[in-house]
Design a protein around this ligand. Structure first.
Ligand code: PLP
Length: 388
């Protein structure tokens, strides 16, 4: 192992850099998870989580990864043989529908080109064609982490409403929650799926489901097998500040601190910061003469930017150089985008100079890899940062 000085730049689109105050909060001694101090912690936590999801309803917290929270959303609301509508926005949407099929659901997978978000029109078309109302849920990834494309959930809800179809709306916000504007209640989402390791600035290890009344009602009749992921015993135990099993106590300490930080900055300011950093990043990409993968400006992601490489260039070579020379991790192309793109994460605990350093590292990596780029990309991005 070579020794390195300074901090590693973790610029993948999650897990993200964990703030020192969150790390410190997590280093407190573990307490009795059946005692009064723990009950007070949970009660405060569950209340402060709600505004981040934009809900007044229940938020269920699991020790688990985002994949577990996907499963929880499906098994609590659906029954074997139900039809579900998924939209192919990229790698994560593909994995989620594979899980649904594996659980015994019939999946309608609306094809996509991995450069656009879920089309509200396509969703409406499929629901309109379903005159027998056999589709029980529409599943959408809000921010597709593999492509840097953000679907317009509010427009999808409106499109669903125009059809009068009763399907539930399940939304994955794993790489958007706490970074990109999101409103569970206002947008009529039934289950919002989230994870700890991105906008919430924590290490991996917690999964979340925000749950509407309609989803709770569905959970009473849903027949997919579930035990660990069952919402009901958790919601019941949470009413007194507890969990039906041993919770991830120290991650919850970290979560409490991260929520205080988001509250202190204010969510609108947090979203504006992410928007601005994303704009500066896209400015750099265009300035270099490269292409942003997202093809529709209404769907640009504010938490990450996927950069499309020229046909004859290997994105993984650039990432390897950037890691070895500058100690910075960038996101790889996933699935069919492997080697074709790299992804710059600009979410979570992040400021102007972190972005400036990140873009400088990317520019130098591209140059060292022999990619012809215009160095004005970086200075153009700095102009955006300086101007606002
Ligand atoms: N959905 C999205 C949009 C993701 O970005 C990820 C992980 O990066 C997942 C689901 C899976 O989450 P996890 O890796 O925590 O299981």
């Amino acid at each position: 192992m070579t020794s390195r000085s300074g901090r590693h730049f973790l610029q993948i689109p999650g897990p993200t850099n964990v703030p020192d105050q969150v790390l410190r909060a997590m280093s407190a001694p573990t307490i009795d998870h059946r005692g009064p101090d723990f009950a007070a912690l949970t009660t405060e936590l569950l209340a402060s989580l709600k505004p981040v999801f934009g809900t007044a309803g229940d938020v269920v917290v699991f020790p688990g990864s985002g994949t577990g929270a996907w499963e929880a959303a499906l098994v609590n609301t659906l029954s074997t043989g139900d039809r579900v509508l998924h939209v192919e926005t990229g790698h994560f949407a593909t994995l989620w529908q594979q899980m649904a099929a594996g659980l015994g659901l019939y999946v309608d997978f609306v094809p996509g080109d991995w450069r656009h978000g879920a089309s509200p029109e396509a969703v409406a078309e499929r629901l309109t064609a379903d005159s027998a109302r056999t589709i029980k849920a529409v599943c959408v990834v809000h921010n597709e982490t593999s492509t840097g494309v953000t679907s317009r959930v509010s427009a999808i809800r409106q499109a669903m409403d125009t059809t009068g179809h009763p399907a539930l709306l399940l939304v994955d916000t794993i790489s958007s929650l706490g970074s990109i504007d999101y409103r569970h209640d206002e947008w009529g989402v039934d289950v919002t799926v989230a994870g700890s390791q991105k906008g919430l600035m924590l290490p991996p290890g917690l999964g979340f489901n925000a749950v509407s009344e309609k989803a709770l009602a569905a959970s009473r009749t849903a027949r997919l097998r579930r035990s660990y992921w069952d919402w009901q015993p958790i919601i019941e135990a949470n009413r007194c500040g507890f969990f039906p099993y041993t919770p991830a106590t120290n991650l919850l300490y970290g979560l409490a601190e991260a929520l205080r930080m988001l509250q202190a900055e204010g969510l609108p300011a947090v979203f504006a910061r992410h928007d601005r950093h994303a704009e500066a990043t896209r400015t750099a990409v265009r300035g270099w003469g490269l292409e942003v993968l997202c093809a529709d400006e209404r769907e640009y992601s504010s938490s990450l930017t996927a950069v499309l490489m020229p046909e004859d260039q290997d994105a993984d070579k650039v990432r390897k150089i950037v890691l070895e020379r500058f100690d910075m991790s960038l996101g790889a192309g996933l699935g069919k985008l492997a080697g074709r793109i790299f992804r710059i994460g600009h979410l979570g605990h992040f400021n102007d100079l972190t972005l400036a350093g990140t873009l400088a590292g990317v520019q130098m990596g591209l140059q060292l890899a022999g990619v012809r780029v215009d160095p004005r990309g970086l200075t153009d991005a700095l102009d955006v940062l300086r101007a606002q």
